[in-house]
Design a protein around this ligand. Structure first.
Ligand code: DX5
Ligand code: ZN
Length: 217
């Protein structure tokens, strides 16, 4: 199974994104956390920033929308050229319609689940998505501890993906380190977001290599 390491620039130096992106060029995608101070109690960047990142990033962008009203905003990120756009299940009543719209524009469509959100309702809808993001912390902040109790959701998703043969990536986000990545990989994740463990490392490229190794072991 292919594994992907997606560093989150929430933990990068906000005054030097271009050089920060260069430091992580051995990763797979760049994870960009969009927060609106409504869906989560924190505020980060918006579409203008993503349009600019899209121009300078050597890697494709993996957009994680922690915002209300994703119907209004998500298509703009797809139009800006983002490789994947993931919105939260808790923020919409029409996840399938929104995913179809994103795919139509040309992005991979992702759906994210907060730690307390059950996965069952989405298991039969997997063909509508390219990625499911199982949050392993409460969304809103970097540097929190991995919640192992979310792992059963990954196991359920992994067996459904295997049963159906669909090409859906299973992503984890929050508290991913060289230790916790093994737990998430064993439970069935193949796509790993890591903020502080990559940008907090002395050598981010070496840390990406280590995470890759541990995910595959
Ligand atoms: C949290 C964000 C994460 C965050 C992860 O709401 O979605 O992407 O950057 O940060 P770490 O890896 O530090 O837990
Ligand atoms: Zn994220």
């Amino acid at each position: 199974m292919a594994t992907r390491i997606n560093p989150s620039i929430l933990a990068a130096d906000f005054a030097n994104f271009e050089s920060e992106l260069f430091r992580i060029r051995s990763a797979d995608l760049v994870h960009v956390d969009i927060m609106d101070n409504h869906f989560v109690p924190n505020l980060t960047f918006g579409l203008g920033m993503v349009e600019r990142l899209q121009q300078v990033s050597p890697l494709p962008l993996d957009i994680h929308l922690m915002i209300d009203d994703p119907e209004r905003w998500a298509p703009g990120y797809a139009e800006a050229g983002a490789y994947s756009v993931t919105f939260h299940a808790e923020a919409t009543t029409e996840p399938v319609a929104l995913a179809r719209r994103l795919r139509q524009i040309g992005a991979r469509a992702g759906i994210a689940l907060k730690p307390g959100t059950d996965v069952t309702a989405y298991l039969d809808l997997l063909d509508e998505f390219d990625q499911v993001l199982v949050m392993t912390v409460e969304p809103g902040f970097g540097g929190q501890s991995f919640m192992e109790e979310t792992m059963p959701k990954l196991s359920q998703l992994r067996s459904q993906v295997e049963k159906t043969g669909l090409d859906v990536w299973l992503q984890v986000d929050g508290g991913i380190t060289a230790q916790t990545i093994e737990i998430a990989a064993r439970a069935g994740a193949d796509t790993f977001v890591a903020g502080s463990s990559v940008f907090g490392a002395e050598n981010p490229a070496a840390q990406i290599g280590l995470l890759r190794e541990r995910a595959a072991s």
